[in-house]
Ligand binder design. Structure first.
Ligand code: NAP
Length: 303
């Protein structure tokens, strides 16, 4: 089977598609023919060697596919079933083996490409909302609101009756409005633009903020309006400077909930572009721009 390998740490060109031995299924595991696999910024961090480990290393943490084999002790799943998998290290591959505790059924109407990019970002968005525990009518400031996590966070917050102000480049402002947020451009003068947005929206203030951009300037502007104990970040770079870092909490139950919302169209999961496995260098080059709208997804085989 073919899989992506980072042959050494570095830029996108360290990635190669290699022929590797077919994985075997152990107790509690399932084997999957992978159809799609989402790309996440953490994959680029691993490729650069920022997450430890040693090269060569396999990349990818999430996948969607069909079960081809079931290991001893697994109940509740059948061969041929369509599933979404998370915590599946090395998922940029034609086939993959992972624990049955890390899969959830893929609803049949859910598009394969959308499903491929849903797991990590969706579960992160839900973790952010659980952590901040905002109530209807309160206001959330989200930096990086048009990325993979942000696009889902804005909608989930909006559904919960929370007003969202999101930072994004002007080209993404209409997109952000469609998701349900008030857009504000990042960059110099941000704090003043946030005050204007609050005034125009008749909101008394910002109740909590989340940084998904990793840009310290955004935090500095935030702290003019939001107390530090109501500000969190998802990015280690900004956490190093005293803002609490929140890590994704994943579960099959959480993923099942997200998949149901996406399947019925209640949650729109934007996929900016899909790539075949052999285009992995181009896919990671786009990932490294940090200006993707929604998700990038590998389309590894036809369903
Ligand atoms: N702690 C955890 O467990 C956890 C889990 C998931 C993700 N993360 C981290 O969270 C971050 C976001 O993840 P993601 O998947 O959403 O990333 P992403 O999809 O790559 O985010 C891209 C978005 O960032 C926006 N952006 C770029 N520069 C910006 C700036 N200066 N101010 C505001 N927005 C800016 C871009 O908007 P424009 O194109 O409009 O500029 C783009 O839409 C990443 O650093 C990721 O590693 C952490």
């Amino acid at each position: 089977m073919r899989a992506v390998v980072a042959t050494r740490f570095g830029g996108p060109d360290v990635l190669e598609v290699l022929d590797l031995p077919e994985p075997t299924v152990g107790p509690g595991q399932v084997k999957v023919d992978v159809v799609t696999a989402g790309l996440n910024p953490v994959d680029a961090m691993m490729r650069r060697g920022e997450m430890g480990g040693q090269a060569p290393l396999r990349l990818g943490t999430e996948l969607v596919g069909r079960i081809t084999e079931i290991g001893p002790g697994v109940t509740g799943f059948t061969v041929g079933e369509e599933i979404i998998g998370f915590g599946a290290l090395g998922s940029y591959a034609e086939t993959h083996v992972l624990p049955a505790t890390q899969i959830a059924p893929k609803p049949a109407p859910l598009d394969w490409n959308v499903a491929g990019g849903l797991s990590g970002v969706g579960q992160t968005a839900l973790t952010v909302l659980d952590t901040l525990a905002l109530t209807p009518g309160q206001t959330l400031l989200a930096h990086g609101a048009t990325g993979g996590v942000g696009s889902l966070l804005v909608q989930l917050a909006h559904r919960a009756g929370i007003h969202v102000i999101g930072t994004a480049s002007p080209a993404n402002h209409d997109y952000l409005r469609r998701l349900g947020a008030t857009p504000v451009a990042y960059g110099p003068g941000l704090a003043d633009r946030l005050r204007t947005a609050l005034r125009e929206g008749d909101h008394p203030g910002i109740d909590a903020a989340v940084d998904m951009s990793g840009v310290w300037d955004n935090i500095e502007s935030t702290l003019e309006l939001v107390p530090l104990n109501r500000t969190i970040t998802l990015v280690p770079a900004t956490a190093q400077r005293s803002v609490p870092l929140v890590r994704v909490q994943r579960s099959a139950a959480r993923l099942t909930h997200l998949a149901a919302l996406a399947a019925t169209g209640e949650l729109h999961a934007e996929v900016q572009e899909t790539f075949p496995l052999d285009d992995i260098v181009r896919a990671h080059t786009q990932l490294d721009t940090k200006h993707t709208r929604g998700k990038l997804v590998l389309r590894i085989r036809e369903a």
